[in-house]
Design a protein around this ligand. Structure first.
Ligand SMILES: [Fe+2]
Ligand SMILES: [Fe+2]
Length: 139
């Protein structure tokens, strides 16, 4: 299965935003391997703070609009990750190689546990809800 197949749902904004995180992950790993990761680390920290706020908010709006039955547990996972990132920032005020390794692990875990699972489920729900909406006969 290709990487895209693992998370693509067909919900355009969601697939696009998940790809942004995948790209950051790839960039950070490559920079680390090349020992050029100091600036990329700082960029990643700044990007992530902005990204999770914006992305989680949007997913949660859609959960509300389309009465997603699993919204409470999904929102809880978002909250947990915001906290994970906040704790990380407090623990690592400055760049170290160990900090980058830890961040890579944390993003990796999020992609596997949340994006490939929890988010994909949400994506299917949104897609079906939108299909049903557009399929309604016009009175
Ligand atoms: Fe997501
Ligand atoms: Fe999510």
């Amino acid at each position: 299965m290709s990487l895209e197949q693992k998370y693509f749902t067909g919900v355009v904004w969601q697939d696009f935003q998940h790809k942004e995180l995948m790209d950051l992950f790839t960039k950070l790993r490559k920079a680390r391997a090349d020992k050029q990761d100091k600036d990329t680390f700082r960029f990643a920290i700044a990007f992530l703070s902005m990204y999770v706020n914006h992305h989680f908010k949007l997913e949660e709006e859609y959960m509300d609009i389309y009465y997603y039955p699993e919204k409470e547990s999904h929102k809880k996972e978002h909250k947990g990750y915001v906290k994970t990132l906040k704790d990380f920032r407090e623990k690592h005020k400055d760049y170290t190689e160990a900090a980058v390794d830890e961040l890579i692990k944390k993003i990796n875990q999020w992609i596997l546990d949340h994006i490939f699972g929890t988010d994909k489920k949400l994506g299917r729900h949104i897609l079906e809800a939108e299909k049903a909406k557009s399929g309604n006969p016009i009175p």
